[in-house]
Design a binder for this molecule. Structure first.
Ligand code: PLP
Length: 403
């Protein structure tokens, strides 16, 4: 397979600021925001052809919009895929993927350390409609291979994972999926195309929560699937048209502009995260730090090779404690001692966001699902932002030095 970078004449940095639908007749330099739910058709015949899909042209806001199309075009170019289809949120992108590819009796293999709502959606909500699923240890390739059955249609991984930053071998998972006649989807929220191009390693579908780093400043919800034109046209677009998880034009415009600074933000925030990880490893009250950029990370070498030599901007750490109750109290103390950083379960913001996954993002899971995901009571997740590193460490030191 050729490097997707080579399939475009322009570099990814250039595409991030230039790739979009054509300018309007006014010649605006910044991409236009088209707030319209409907379109005036040039003729009855053209309207018929557009609705039939025989001619290009916008027909109705649920089906498409020029600002939304600009975002999709730019993200596809950055991920190196033929096409992209956007949705109102990351979760609705996953719903669209599952509705577009699966029917009752089909089987999905997922990492057990995926985003909490993803586990809930696939493991519980879709189970009601007869979709079967098996959740496996993210890093155990043999477990992925063993879970595959004749009815398996999809393998779905997230790398690095939230919140433990486990890294899986995308190439190896793609080989397992393809040998079984299944597709591999990768949730690329944490690394983003700035650091990791899953298509380059054989993934078929790249899923995004645009709410995170693509926007990058914590403003809007958005989601997307990047894939071949055939998957988008034949499997995902029909779901969008009938189910209507459409991305709003304003949100698309915000995320479109966010893509322009994605690379520079990811690199600066990742550099801060590495410094924070090194500092936390020296803290006497910290039991363990989870960060792919650290030599102590079990998949450090794989992460460096797969993620452009960069650990990403999210890390987690566990406070030292004798039992789960004490661990929870200590983690809460660290969070409640902060004066600068935000206590927030979101991530992908220029502001550093600190959260306690066990009681928030992973709070809806059963104790069994939670411990399978390795989310202990002492775990604190930090989505590192753009503040000065000394201010970030000083704010965490307030709690960590008074445990
Ligand atoms: C936030 C997130 C999602 C879900 O995205 P929403 O935009 O909140 O619906 C999925 N996967 C990961 C890794 C996330 O961080």
């Amino acid at each position: 397979m050729t490097d997707p970078k080579d399939t475009h004449a322009l570099h990814r940095d250039t595409l991030a600021v230039r790739e979009a639908v054509e300018r309007s007749q006014y010649g605006e330099n910044s991409e236009a925001l088209f707030l319209t739910s409907g379109y005036v058709q040039p003729s009855a015949a053209a309207a018929a052809a557009r609705f039939a899909g025989d001619e290009e042209g916008f027909t109705y806001g649920r089906y498409g919009n020029p600002t939304v199309a600009s975002f999709e075009k730019r993200l596809a170019a950055m991920e190196g895929t033929e096409a992209c289809i956007s949705t109102a949120s990351g979760m609705s992108a996953i719903l669209m993927m599952c509705m577009g590819l699966l029917k009752s009796g089909d089987h999905v293999v997922c990492s057990q350390s995926m985003f909490g709502s993803t586990i809930k959606l696939i493991g519980s909500d879709l189970a009601k409609f007869g979709v079967e699923s098996t959740f496996v240890v993210q890093t155990d390739l043999a477990a992925w291979a063993a879970a595959v059955k004749p009815s398996t249609k999809l393998l779905f991984a997230e790398t690095p994972t939230n919140p433990l930053t486990e890294v899986c071998d995308i190439r190896a998972l793609a080989d397992i999926a393809h040998a079984a006649g299944a597709l591999l989807a990768v949730d690329n929220c944490f690394a983003t195309p700035a650091l990791q191009l899953p298509v380059h390693f054989g993934a078929d579908i790249i899923m995004h929560s645009g709410t995170k780093y693509l926007d990058g400043q914590g403003r809007v919800m958005a989601g997307a699937l990047c894939a071949s034109q055939q998957l988008v046209t034949d499997h995902f677009l029909p779901v969008l048209k009938s189910a209507g998880m459409t991305l709003a034009p304003f949100n698309a415009w915000v995320v479109l502009k966010g893509l322009e600074t994605l690379d520079i933000r990811m690199r600066a925030q990742s550099a801060n995260a590495l410094k924070l990880g090194l500092w936390l490893e020296q803290c006497s009250t910290v039991q363990r730090v989870f960060y792919p950029g650290l030599a102590s990370h079990p998949q450090h070498a794989l992460a460096m090779q797969q993620q452009s030599n960069c650990g990403g901007a999210v890390l987690s750490f566990e406070v030292k404690a004798d039992n789960p109750e004490q661990a929870r109290a200590r983690a809460f103390h660290v969070l409640d001692s902060m004066q600068t950083l935000s206590l927030s379960t979101n991530l992908g913001d220029t502001k550093t966001l600190v959260a306690h996954p066990a009681s928030t993002s992973h709070g809806r899971l059963t104790e069994e699902q939670r411990s399978a995901a390795g989310v202990t009571q002492g775990l604190v997740r930090v989505a590192v932002g753009l503040e000065h590193i000394d201010d970030i460490t000083a704010d965490l030191a307030r709690g960590l030095e008074t445990l």
